[in-house]
Write a protein that binds this ligand. Structure first.
Ligand SMILES: CC(C)(COP(=O)(O)OP(=O)(O)OC[C@H]1O[C@@H](n2cnc3c(N)ncnc32)[C@H](O)[C@@H]1OP(=O)(O)O)[C@@H](O)C(=O)NCCC(=O)NCCS
Length: 178
């Protein structure tokens, strides 16, 4: 659990990102208490792992790694990277790149072979970030989100992960037809 100071910084970073254009669910700025309740709840969900980014010690962003529930054995090799953001005042320092790579390392260490994510078609920085980091766009959804009364398309991506030890992903998954 984050200490109260870090939680306050996380809420400030979240609202700054929402006001600037969001991209991770919320469209309107939220009250401090609503955000604190949200993040406390997120950290209690067993399938979710929460990652924070710091700049000079201050929390300025976060990301979540979501594994499938235990009953979903068929998709146990895959996970979702969601809600990745860096506050506008901390962008351009390479923090998002580091954050995504840390999430990937953790996922690979847990045996995850495929990381999935989706993003609004309007989030150009995020699209560039993920494509530069090797994510493959496999589809788009014309009615992905509603923002400011407009329907916005979304893009879907995956990236294969390689574990540090053990069988390669090509070995584990076999030939993938694309
Ligand atoms: C996308 C986002 C996380 C990038 O954060 P950041 O810390 O500034 O990104 P980094 O400094 O790590 O940049 C890494 C790479 O991302 C790409 N990138 C980041 N910002 C960019 C921009 N404004 N325009 C184009 N490419 C950009 C670049 O490829 C960059 O590498 P480079 O500097 O070597 O060219 C941030 O802009 C953000 O929070 N946006 C809103 C939320 C969002 O869209 N989240 C993703 C969907 S869940």
């Amino acid at each position: 659990m984050l200490d109260p100071h870090d939680l306050a910084d996380l809420c400030e970073a979240t609202n700054a990102a929402i006001v600037e254009g969001g991209g991770f669910g919320w469209v309107e700025a939220q009250s401090r208490s609503a955000l604190e309740r949200h993040f406390r709840g997120v950290m209690l969900v067993p399938e979710r792992e929460f990652f924070i980014a710091r700049l000079d010690g201050q929390v300025v962003g976060s990301a979540q790694l979501v594994r499938p529930p235990r009953n979903n054995e068929a998709q146990g090799f895959a996970a979702q990277l969601t809600h990745a953001f860096i506050a506008p005042y901390a962008r351009g320092f390479g923090l998002a790149r580091l954050l995504v790579r840390r999430v990937e390392e953790r996922a690979a260490a847990m045996g995850i072979r495929v990381l999935n994510l989706d993003v609004r078609a309007t989030q150009e920085s995020a699209i560039t970030l993920f494509e530069r980091l090797g994510y493959v766009r496999w589809g788009s959804h014309p009615a992905y989100a509603r923002v400011g009364g407009e329907t916005v398309a979304g893009f879907f991506y995956y990236r294969l992960l390689e574990p540090q030890h053990g069988r390669s992903t090509a070995d584990a998954l076999g030939r993938i037809k694309t």
